[in-house]
Design a protein around this ligand. Structure first.
Ligand SMILES: Cc1cc2nc3c(=O)[nH]c(=O)nc-3n(C[C@H](O)[C@H](O)[C@H](O)COP(=O)(O)OP(=O)(O)OC[C@H]3O[C@@H](n4cnc5c(N)ncnc54)[C@H](O)[C@@H]3O)c2cc1C
Length: 295
């Protein structure tokens, strides 16, 4: 089975802050792109090989698992949020965090009109029940594009609190919402510069007893205790929170640790994810294994 994809061409690129670059994509390849309408919808971007310009895409099996064509260099691929979708103009905006050594990030910094890449179908994660009276958002810089769109989509009746961790005050962006909004910016931590303070900041908060929703996007080692807090300490039902690991700090070291892991443990993790078991139960088991392995 081949992946359902669109070829997207750069229409414009601009710097929003010293830490964020917006790339607007358009072109005939995007004409069939269908947004889910969910504020944190993301696509996978498949980047051209810097030497050949070729984009080698994965082959997808019946269960959705990927493999790569034999003997060809797989395209670098990363998930990114659709910050804005304009169906009439056939355009999407993607906001890239500027960070050192990032292949996607550096591609965005160099992007010029006419440059191309491939994107797949979008998928949203935010799924707040209809009765919510409040939402708590917490994220680092990678979550700002989703946060921005989710806030814009909130009804005016909701009370929104956002805790956003960024490198420094110059990286703050204006966040707009019809909802009553209170934003706290944490400066100088997370984002690959220092340990994240999100677990401590969110962990210290008392959530309202009224119906609400918690949305968190963070580096995986910050996301893990936050998911644990929501599920096990606060005992929120699964439909009242979404905690997503958006990236992995010191990726090469993490991958070396993963490669060195006992093959039986890796097989156990892979089998758990491939199973039909409850996703939260699987996440608990995998988190515990990774914690023990220091990954
Ligand atoms: C659902 C979802 C939506 C996302 N949406 C966005 C988005 O809209 N905008 C966005 O910028 N990111 C977003 N991300 C995160 C993004 O996919 C990762 O940051 C990705 O690893 C960046 O790829 P790269 O090719 O630039 O870095 P790589 O070449 O894969 O990594 C190079 C090095 O950079 C480090 N690194 C990766 N990301 C960061 C970072 N943010 N800060 C500091 N160091 C980093 C890695 O640890 C590694 O050591 C999203 C992730 C998910 C799961």
């Amino acid at each position: 089975m081949s992946l359902s994809v669109h070829r997207a061409a750069v229409v414009a690129q601009k710097r929003l802050t010293p830490g964020m670059i917006r790339v607007t994509f358009g072109g005939p390849g995007l004409s069939g792109f269908a947004s889910t309408g969910v504020g944190d919808e993301y696509v996978r971007l498949f980047f051209p090989d810097p030497e050949t310009g070729e984009v080698v895409l994965p082959i997808v099996d019946g269960r959705g698992f990927w493999s790569w064509p034999e003997g060809r260099k797989p395209a670098h691929t990363e998930p990114y949020t659709v910050r804005r979708f304009d169906g009439e103009r056939g355009e999407i905006d993607i906001d890239f965090v500027v960070h050192e050594g990032g292949r996607a990030s550096e591609w965005a910094q160099r992007a010029r009109p006419g440059d191309g890449l491939v994107i797949n179908q979008p998928h949203g994660l935010y799924e707040a029940p209809d009765d919510i009276e409040w939402v708590l958002f917490a994220c680092d810089a990678t979550g700002i594009p989703a946060l921005g769109r989710l806030l814009e989509d909130l009804p005016a009746s909701v009370e929104a609190r956002a805790i956003v961790e960024i490198a420094d005050p110059a990286h703050e962006l204006t966040l707009m919402s019809p909802a009553r909004l209170d934003v706290t910016w944490l400066h100088g931590s997370g984002n690959g510069i220092a340990p994240s303070r999100l677990p401590e900041a969110v962990g210290a908060m008392k959530l309202p007893a009224r119906p609400g929703y918690v949305w968190i996007a963070a580096e995986q080692k910050a996301a893990r205790p936050l998911r644990r807090r929501m599920r096990h300490e606060l005992k929120l039902p699964g439909d009242r929170y979404s905690v997503t690991a958006y990236w992995t700090d010191h990726l090469a070291e993490w991958q070396a640790g993963w490669s060195a892991l006992d093959p039986a443990i890796k097989a156990r993790i892979e089998a758990a994810w491939a199973s039909d078991r409850d996703r939260d139960d699987v996440a608990d088991e995998v988190d515990a294994i990774l914690d023990t392995a220091g990954l």
